[in-house]
Structure formats: structure tokens, C-alpha cells
Ligand binder design. Sequence first.
Ligand SMILES: [Zn+2]
Length: 266
Amino acid sequence: MKRRAVLYDLGNGVTCIDDAGNSVCYVVCGEKKAAVIDTVNGMENLHDVVREVTNLPLVVINTHGHCDHIFGNVFFEEAYIHPADVELHDEHFAMKAKTTMEDAARFGATKEDYDFYMSGKPCKLNPISEGEVIDLGGRTLTVLLVAGHTPGSIALWDDKTGILFSGDAINGQEWMQLDESTKLATYLDSLRALDAWKGKITELRNGHNTYAMPTGYIDEMAQAVSDILAANGAGDEDFDGWFGPACKRHFLPVTEGWVLYTNDKL
Ligand SMILES: [Zn+2]
């Protein structure tokens, strides 16, 4: 199999692993344990890749239940996920089980790649919830629920660097059009709850990009969602999303991000 992972050392014991440009995950090392934040797409043995970074005992955490953040769970014994996303996790693994060799071939997979991809089984899941603190030894990650993109989306705040690992909950191109996405008002509440963390968050690291996003993005997204709700969606362009139903797109002028939503989210 061709190598997929590209590693970026971000300093301070944080490594970003880019899985062939499809999604990224992070390894955050403390003195006693290392956290693996998301497990990407399950096409390459992520456990082996993480062992290139650290030999510490691992705590695996899924920011949410979507396939491109959980399928690598098969290489670990257990993972933490918010209970509100367990059903979504199960649905996506059930979809994976239906993948045919024909499907895989469309993405350039060989029979060997396909057999490897299909052989992994989902690991044991443990619940994690808002306010929990994961102690890695000399550094902690605090769990913040950011319901929106999915009902159980979480972000993790690192007390050593101030980085907020935000998964897809805050990622610059916000997908709120999905069946499992919450109403926009719920997402707005989630974003406003992050006001309490202002001054502590130094930058955002999401589940799809190898670069950091500025903290101002949170306020800009909150303003955008607030504007959408105030206008009841008027003025936003129709957008034929890559996934999910046809939807609308609202632009964020400063950070050049956008949010997708359907009328039933208003
Ligand atoms: Zn997602």
C-alpha cells in the first residue's frame, strides 16, 4: 500500500498527521500519556504511524462520529466519543461494511488495500462529556461540547499551548446541512458558550487542515449564524453540496470560510 500519512511536527509535543489530504488527526504528548485526537480514514495502520511519534500509552478520542474521523479506530483497543454521536458512529461503520471491491477500485485501491480496509473491526467505545479533563501528565485536554455539525461534536482545549482542537465543529467550511446536524440556533449557542474560553484559546486546529485558524473565526462564525437566523436565510445562494441534500451557502468575508445549511435548520 502506498504511504498515506504525512507528519507535521507542530512543536510542544503536538504532531499533525495528514491522511492523504482527506482528513487530519493529532498526537498530543504529555509526560505519561499521549492523546490521539481522531483516527482518520482507516486505510493505513494509524497505530503504527502514531508509534513513529511516541511510545507513550495512548488515549484515543473521536471529535465526532463521521467516517473520516473514526475509521482508524480499528487499529486501537478503545476510543472515547460523546454519547450523542455513538449512533452516527455505528451508522458509518455499517456503511463501511457494505463497501464493495468495485467501490474501492474507483478510489484506486488494489485488492490487497481493500482486504486490509475491510478486515478492521470497530473498537470498544467509552463515553466522554463536556467538562471532562484528560490528564496526560504535565498537560491536560479539556472536553468542550460544540454541538452543531453533529450533536455530539466535541473540541479539546490543550492547557499547554492553548490550542483548541476543533474537529469539524469549527473548521472553516461548516457543514450544517447534514441530517445529523443540529438546528443553527443550537450551533450558535455552542459557539457563544466558547466566549468563556476567550483569552485561553490561542489558535484553532481542525480535522481537515494542516494549518491553524485564528481564534477570531469563532466570533465571525457566530455572527454569520446569527445573521442567517435574523434574515431567515434570505440572500444566501443555493449550493449543491457534495454530501447531503441541496442546501444554501453563507459566506464569512474576513476568514473566507462559509457555512452550509438547509431551510429546516433555520
Ligand atoms: Zn464531520
